[in-house]
Design a protein. Sequence first.
Length: 274
Amino acid sequence: MKKRKTVLKVTVFQALLLSAVLGGVMVLRQDITNSDMVGVKVGDWVKYDVKRIGPEPAAWTPPPMGRAVWVKVEVQNVSGTVVTISETILLSDGNQTSREISEDLQEASSAGFTYYILPANLHAGDIIGERIVFVAADNSDYKWVKLTVNATVSRSYGGSTREVNMLNYSFLMPFIEYMNNYSAEYYWDRESGFMLERTWQTYYLEIENAIPMSTLQLKISDTNMWKMETEDESIWNPLWPWVVIGFALIVVGGATIFMRLPRNSKKRTEVEEK
């Protein structure tokens, strides 16, 4: 019986944590009831690089995200407040997986792509979702806590400074004899509602010198919604003003030397040769 209860606890924990990783939050119905809340259009896309850190980089990460190299999300259709996206994931073995999802931004659920696209033009303090939090160590009781935009800040991505909405939260969840800490940090482009960056991690509190048992990050690497610098451009851009200045100094210096040369030097040379 005791073993059966332990298995049940683990199953419940994994199911809830899986839901958290898949969708992150559950978006609530917004007061806005028209398409003004939709900041994306058909064809808009964002590509994310995926980084995994820690001794167990795939821990608590549902497939196929645990083996992802990059993720591309593209808007396929917009009808009122209903947005349809395609999610394409390149896996570490070279294969690709894709799916298509439709959601109403007025009332999205954590089962879909909530963390990819939010309503546009949200502000600090706006409610964007709920998070389940356990209040009993044996998983017997829990509550839903509302999540709100922490702040609207400026961040630079690929050389472009964007106004972004930030969400940072954490909660504790029991796992067998340990207490597990789960934390997540999101940044969404305020104008479009598109996610730009997401980092989440878990670790056990009771383990001495606990380090993250899993850290996974999605961060924008390219988009067609604004100009993104390539790696080569980002290296040269800080240098090009100095290159221009150096070239100008060479031209000016050469012209100065030329102007100081005697005008009749050629004739003088001819006379001396005679």
